[in-house]
Design a protein around this ligand. Structure first.
Ligand code: GLV
Ligand code: MN
Ligand code: MN
Length: 424
């Protein structure tokens, strides 16, 4: 099933991924194309051109999402939506998000070229800035589409003190117009996102497809540790209020939390910074950024209380104060059982083996789930590597995913998704 793909499909998927990878920040590692950056801005013209080339009507909404429309027989019927993102993390790879945009454009092309007319519009979306960014917020475009982007979010500042609202303005978007995303205000029929797994499970089980059951919730915090600046040569170890030591204890507490999760749970500290630039001053102000993820709602719900208590208690032993800024990037979101069933039936009909799988990464699908029944299709990632330059998925696997996407979209078009059934 996975090897007999049309050569045109393979060539278009290959060239799409390779050409998009050319829009990268030359000063950063890997295939860096961060939201609001110059290479990202340039790449969006490429994406729009690719959509036009596939026969789609292209527009950009006020939130910066690029939408390619394949007109259906009843344009007023609730639309079917697919897509993902083309921004990357700093030092990222060529497939995360990109596969879901290039693959969706290919799916729309195949539908059009085969003369298949869906009963409703198909919207292929390249959502603006999905990756968590310097403002600590992910999924900017889909969040705005779902009207979940708040004025407080726009006031978030990066490390230079620039606000998210200003970043939108500098990118040529009006922050006051972000919620005016008309296509997402109308009822939508379903949302289905194709994405790489970003983990090792499918490859280990030698399965070409995963059908996502749930998407992880994410709790993040920035902790500010305040101690006392003192001479590093003359202050006795017992007399110090060393903010760095309190932060170091906190890093380990975060790790313990992840290790202690009853089912799938992970906890990561991504940044620790001291205000002190001198090697001979006891650190008095340290900031640390951490996140905890799980699809286990009850465990994740207790994380904030547990970690805050443990970090405060340990810091207190060192005479250090801690201030926490907690934020929920997203709650745990379950995929629609109806959409899972439709995708599973399409895969079974095509003879593509699959497994149900939870997502430890977050996705635009989280926010689209507030607008329509949502599902995701995962493809294997080599060695489970992702958010790094080594990220890789074979083109034949991507083509298999596109085949599943095409058939699932056709089945979703006519499916009654209000009839919820159980997924195996
Ligand atoms: C996005 O890839 C995330 O999971 O943070
Ligand atoms: Mn992604
Ligand atoms: Mn990612």
């Amino acid at each position: 099933m996975t090897s007999d793909h049309d050569t045109g499909t393979i060539e278009r998927l290959d060239s799409g991924i390779t050409e998009l990878a050319g829009y990268r920040d030359p000063d950063r590692n890997g295939w860096t194309r961060e939201v609001f950056s110059a290479p990202y801005r340039e790449s969006r013209q490429w994406t729009a051109a690719r959509m036009r080339d596939a026969g789609l009507d292209v527009s950009t909404d006020p939130a910066g999402n690029i939408i390619g429309r394949l007109e259906g027989a009843s344009p007023n019927a609730p639309a079917l939506v697919t897509g993902s993102h083309t921004d990357t993390v700093d030092g990222g790879g060529r497939f995360d998000g990109i596969v879901g945009v290039v693959g969706a454009i290919e799916a729309a092309r195949q539908l059009r070229e085969s003369g298949t007319r869906l009963s409703r519009d198909l919207l292929v979306v390249d959502f603006l800035g999905e990756e968590s960014n310097v403002f600590g917020l992910s999924c900017l475009g889909s969040r705005a589409a779902a009207r979940e982007l708040t004025p407080a979010d726009l006031d978030r500042k990066d490390y230079r003190g620039v606000s998210l609202g200003q970043a939108y303005t500098d990118f040529g978007l009006d922050p006051d117009a972000l919620t005016q995303v008309q296509w997402a205000r109308k009822p939508l029929h379903a949302f289905l996102e194709l994405h790489i797994e970003q983990g090792p499970t499918l490859e280990q089980r030698q399965l070409p497809l995963g059908i996502v059951t749930a998407i992880t919730g994410i709790e993040r915090f920035i902790a500010t540790f305040s101690g006392s600046a003192d001479h590093a040569g003359t202050t006795a170890m017992t007399d110090r209020q060393d903010a760095m030591i309190a932060a170091a204890e906190a890093v380990l507490a975060v790790r313990r939390e992840g290790c202690g999760a009853p089912t799938h749970g992970v906890a990561t500290t991504t940044r620790v910074e001291s205000e002190s630039r001198s090697p001979n001053v006891v650190p008095s102000l340290v900031r640390m950024m951490s996140e905890v993820r799980s699809v286990d709602t009850s465990w994740l719900g207790g994380v904030k209380g547990r970690l805050t208590g443990e970090i405060l208690a340990k810091a207190g032993e060192y005479g250090v104060d801690v201030n926490f800024d907690w934020s929920t990037d997203n709650e745990v979101v379950h995929a629609s059982p109806g959409v899972q069933d439709v995708v599973a039936s399409a895969a079974d009909t095509l003879g593509i083996p699959w497994m149900p799988i939870p997502s430890g990464a977050t996705h635009d699908a989280v926010h689209m789930a507030t607008l329509a029944p949502m599902g995701m299709i995962f493809l294997p990632s080599r060695a489970g590597k992702s958010h790094c330059p080594e990220e890789w998925s074979d083109t034949s696997d991507i083509a298999t995913g596109v085949t599943a996407l095409v058939h699932a979209l056709q089945a979703l078009d006519t499916a009654d998704l209000t009839r919820v059934t159980a997924t195996p």
